[in-house]
Design a protein around this ligand. Structure first.
Ligand SMILES: C[S@@+](CC[C@H](N)C(=O)[O-])C[C@H]1O[C@@H](n2cnc3c(N)ncnc32)[C@H](O)[C@@H]1O
Length: 214
């Protein structure tokens, strides 16, 4: 059992606050949500691929309260388990992107990949991005946020947290150029609309692309 599951079990009702405190050492999700909302303010349907416990979607809902959101994550038992916002227009599923494509899910105005790619095996990263682009509507936006590989203490702590707390052995961060090349390859002809660093750590790199209206 990964260290994270054992610790979470011990925390009981303090788990949500403890997770917020722990994650806040690495990323300010409200600042991230504000940046996302500023890049794609008119998004009516949002897909988060790899939504985990739903923390990111909770922050984003405060920025875009009228937006319908779908969060998918095949890697956690109950996606959106900690989501504490209004669930009226929010759905969580254990689905893969390929499941959504196979069932003909209409494309979304905004597709998010937040701290997901470094958990995906190298050979599968391009496929996840290709699926993300398939699920982005013409005129829609794809946003990828990753922890950029580096040499400092912050980078080592982020690796230990992701590798040993989550128990995920595939964790590998990318340098900016590799991340950019990977995403660029998936979005030929799309317009890059934003590159941002999200506090409190410069390693939080966000790239945003708009699909042309075909
Ligand atoms: C660090 S969590 C991020 C959760 C959420 N995006 C957030 O920022 O609050 C990474 C998540 O990516 C999920 N994941 C890994 N590979 C995936 C894939 N191929 N498709 C969808 N989700 C995936 C994992 O199960 C995990 O829950």
């Amino acid at each position: 059992m990964p260290l994270g599951s054992s610790v979470r079990g011990l925390l009981g009702r303090y788990e949500p606050a403890a997770i917020r405190l722990y994650r806040g050492r690495f990323i300010d999700l409200d600042a991230l949500a504000a940046t996302i909302a500023s890049v794609a303010p008119d998004s009516m349907r949002v897909l988060e691929i790899g939504c985990g416990d739903g923390a990111m979607m909770e922050s984003l809902q405060r920025q875009l309260p009228a937006t319908s959101m779908l969060g998918i994550d095949p890697g956690v038992p109950t996606p959106g388990r900690m989501f504490d916002g209004d669930r009226t227009r929010v759905t969580f599923e254990e689905s893969l992107t390929s499941d959504l494509i196979a069932r003909g899910e209409p494309p979304f105005d905004l597709v998010l990949l937040v701290d997901v790619l470094h958990h995906v095996a190298d050979v599968d990263r391009q496929t996840v991005l290709d699926d993300a682009t398939t699920l982005t509507a013409p005129g829609g936006t794809l946003i990828v946020k990753e922890w950029e590989a580096g040499k400092g203490l912050g980078n080592r702590l982020a690796f230990v947290a992701d590798r040993y707390v989550s128990g995920d052995v595939t964790v590998r961060f990318m340098r900016r150029d590799e991340m950019q090349a990977l995403v660029d390859n998936a979005v030929p002809g799309w317009q890059r609309t934003c590159e941002a660093r999200i506090p409190p750590r410069r390693a939080n790199l966000l790239l945003s692309y708009r699909r042309s209206v075909d």
